[in-house]
Design a protein around this ligand. Structure first.
Ligand SMILES: Cc1cc2nc3c(=O)[nH]c(=O)nc-3n(C[C@H](O)[C@H](O)[C@H](O)COP(=O)(O)OP(=O)(O)OC[C@H]3O[C@@H](n4cnc5c(N)ncnc54)[C@H](O)[C@@H]3O)c2cc1C
Length: 390
């Protein structure tokens, strides 16, 4: 298998893995609610898990736009593969953009390149719902540099398959819920006690049951910047960008299946009108709205990210912009998939036809729950009252 080098670009290689591997196993991954092992073996072999690590540390030195395009390509062929890939890249982005440029995290990034380590996210917490800006579990000091935490995590995607975990916790036992830090621990330092099972409606291959997460680690494994900074500059906007690229990928595939259905119908009855063709045209308008929103948000992120000290990303208008992307894309993607089902009719509804879009519809419906849209609306409503510019 070709690794990413001068001849084979990252986009080419991820596109090939999406088409030749993720697509082949997507239905089985969904049916069995199993981790997309074949896809991730191939992504590791290609060095894709360290795409965002700077070249000086051995990575590919790519940016958020590359990760977004790859999330779309994988999401198109297998929603779960796309989402796992996106979640991993979000964690890498948080480390690369917020470590202090030396020490433990620099060594960790070199190991990530060498070993193609997969990082899971432990931000949600029982008792806080979707409010990732608040934690209940604190860090406890147990020695000069030794630290521990115990967190009740309702959903840890690919927790049982991850090499490392980036977890948000309160900075100290006496810290306020909003005084958070992010801690990176390896699976050897973490005990995962399962809380429930994973037999969900969609995104089944993300394998995301709940766990009580207990970790023992060293103080140097805490990212030096406060999580409020990491969240506003990276975790929130990059999550919303990469997730929405995954949903766009899934919706694009549903649209293409509907188009294939209409073309096949036209071929069977040459010269006769195909009633579903007009529906397909309506559907294209819906897909264009989704694509426009996702692409423009990425462009705006890149502009804001290039401002001195990323100052534009810390504004209320940026928070509103990327929150709106999440809400709009997570609502529009299932709309496109349902429209595709209406174009295809019963062969779209059935699970075993080339025009089946049931998995796509179920996968995109998870978007509105990945931090409940209603909670994001509440945040936006508060921001709209005080923001000078939007
Ligand atoms: C496929 C998938 C994978 C995920 N993977 C991960 C992961 O790896 N790591 C991780 O940390 N998280 C992950 N999450 C996110 C996590 O599961 C949820 O966002 C989080 O646990 C919130 O859960 P909830 O929807 O039950 O909570 P709530 O936010 O409490 O929502 C429950 C319902 O109550 C309503 N509600 C409750 N309180 C309020 C309020 N104050 N204002 C408005 N509405 C309210 C909501 O609208 C919603 O309808 C994932 C989610 C999905 C769908």
């Amino acid at each position: 298998m070709a690794a990413i080098d001068e001849q084979t670009t990252f986009a080419d290689e991820v596109g090939r893995i999406a088409d030749e591997i993720a697509a082949v196993h997507a239905d089985d991954v969904d049916k069995a609610a199993r981790f997309p092992t074949e896809t991730f073996d191939a992504l590791r072999e290609a060095g894709a898990l360290s795409a965002l690590v700077p070249e000086s540390l051995g990575g590919a030195g790519l940016g958020i736009a590359d990760a977004a395009a790859a999330s779309l390509a994988l999401g198109r062929r297998c929603g779960a593969s796309g989402l796992v890939f996106a979640m991993h890249q979000i964690q890498v982005a948080c480390i690369v953009r917020h470590y202090d440029g030396a020490g433990w995290f620099e060594e960790y990034l070199r190991a990530l390149v060498r070993e193609q380590r997969l990082i899971a996210s432990v931000t949600s917490e029982v008792g806080t719902g979707g409010d990732t800006g608040r934690s209940i579990a604190p860090i406890t000091v147990v020695g000069e540099t030794a630290r521990t935490f115990e967190k009740q995590a309702p959903t840890v995607s690919y927790g049982a398959h991850a090499d490392d975990f980036l977890t948000t916790v309160r900075r100290a036992v006496d810290a306020d819920g909003g005084e958070q830090v992010a801690v990176l621990t390896s699976n050897e330092q973490v005990e995962l006690e399962p809380m429930g099972t994973w037999d969900p409606f969609g995104m089944r291959g993300t394998c995301s049951p709940g766990f009580t997460v207990r970790a023992s680690f060293e103080a140097e494994q805490i990212l030096p910047q406060p999580f409020s900074t990491i969240g506003s500059e990276t975790m929130v906007p990059v999550s919303h960008l990469l997730w929405s690229h995954v949903w766009l990928g899934v919706a694009t595939e549903a649209f293409e299946r509907a188009r294939a259905f209409v073309r096949a119908s036209a071929k069977r009855t040459p010269g006769e009108p195909v009633p579903a063709a007009t529906r397909l045209s309506h559907l294209m308008t819906q897909l264009s709205l989704l694509r426009g929103e996702v692409e423009s948000a990425l462009d705006e992120f890149l502009v804001a990210d290039a401002t001195p000290n990323r100052e534009r990303l810390a504004t209320m208008s940026a928070a509103l912009r990327f929150n709106n992307l999440k809400i709009a894309a997570s609502e529009q993607a299932p709309r496109v998939c349902q429209g595709a089902m209406n174009v295809c009719g019963i062969v779209g509804f059935k699970n075993d036809t080339p025009y089946s879009v049931g998995r796509h519809l179920r996968d995109t419906m998870s978007g509105a729950l990945m931090i409940a849209n209603e909670r994001i609306h509440q945040t936006n409503a508060a921001l709209l009252l005080v923001a000078k510019e939007i």
